[in-house]
Write a protein that binds this ligand. Structure first.
Ligand code: CA
Length: 324
């Protein structure tokens, strides 16, 4: 049974509309790196499907006008790209962020799906366009490689989360490249260096060197440590200071529902002596820190060490963030 041309067009438009509804309706369930990257990657299949629908529309509407079947592929790619661009422009004016990477993923999706479809397209028969078997395999291989490259950032994050979860209750010890995806410095420089001195029982080699700026506020952050701290007693870590005097560094910890107010998180000033400082914070203090509620110890989200306008630039070395 052959569908009428009009019905075919209606179906294709429905497919495109459904894809756009999915794009608009489904928001990340949790604002964490993993979901953000998975949703970015979701643009690839979504716009891939859209590009195939556009191809169907072009092939149906302009079958006679364009004798060369490749023209329809170009039309489908251009329309998909335009639609991707328009959705990002619309998002630019809404609270959702417009993202260049989304547009690139849209294009990758169109290229992969159209490329794959091309190698199975029966309409090519008798049109004068001939794809040899070898060329078809090359196209399929290229599609797979392009898809995998585009998915690399997402795979990378999945690897980082698996590594983070396996390492727990070790939170950060500067020995793995994976953990550095969760570690940041703002207005400070962070570098991974060999340990300047023995860090207690540490059997490993590397520490994080943080140079705090004397201008403004500067910080070192562990974003999205393994969140479930229930069942542990203390958060422990080591700071080595080569400053001749005692310095004060502020420690902040908050959970996911933190409302950005000072009284809704854990705040403590750490007095750091010259040399090694082994710091241990009872988790019960962190749990009881918010003024109007208890910290959700199963959803810890952020650890920050920061300094505000120290008299001089301050260098410290950090290691062995862990729960005990
Ligand atoms: Ca280390």
């Amino acid at each position: 049974m052959k569908l009428s041309r009009r019905l075919q067009i209606v179906l294709m438009v429905a497919v495109i509309s459904a894809a756009l509804i999915v794009l608009e309706k489904y928001k990340i369930p949790l604002n964490i790196f993993l979901w953000r990257y998975i949703f970015d990657a979701g643009h690839i299949p979504l716009f891939g499907v859209i590009s195939i629908a556009f191809l169907g529309i072009s092939q149906t509407l302009w079958q006679r006008r364009f004798k060369n079947p490749m023209i329809h592929y170009i039309i489908a790619f251009v329309l998909t790209g335009l639609l991707g661009l328009i959705t990002e422009i619309i998002q630019y004016f809404t609270p959702r962020d417009a993202d260049l990477w989304d547009i690139i993923n849209d294009g990758v999706g169109a290229i992969c799906f159209l490329g794959l479809y091309l190698t199975f397209d029966r309409r090519l028969l008798g049109s004068g366009v001939v794809l040899s078997k070898k060329l078809k395999y090359i196209i399929r291989l290229a599609v797979v490689v392009l898809g995998l490259v585009a998915l690399m950032p997402t795979f990378n994050w999945i690897g980082a989360y698996i590594n983070r979860n396996i390492r727990f209750p070790q939170i950060c010890n500067f020995e793995s490249d994976w953990e550095q995806k969760f570690v940041f410095a703002n207005n400070a420089s962070l570098s991974i260096v060999p340990s300047p001195e023995s860090f207690g029982d540490s059997i490993d080699n590397n520490v994080g060197r943080v140079d705090f700026s004397k201008n403004g506020s500067s910080n070192f952050m562990i974003v999205e440590p393994y969140p479930d701290w229930a069942g542990y007693e203390n958060l422990s870590f080591s700071i080595f200071s080569d400053n001749p005097e005692i310095i004060n560094i502020e420690l902040r910890i908050n959970d996911r529902q933190h409302d950005k107010n000072y009284h809704d998180r854990f705040n403590q000033v750490l007095s750091i002596n010259p040399g090694i400082n082994n710091i241990s914070i009872p988790l019960i203090d962190i749990q009881m820190a918010p003024k109007n509620r208890q910290m959700d110890m199963r959803k810890i989200n952020l650890i920050i060490l920061f300094m505000v306008q120290p008299e001089n630039s301050i260098t410290i070395y950090l290691d062995n963030f862990r729960l005990e």
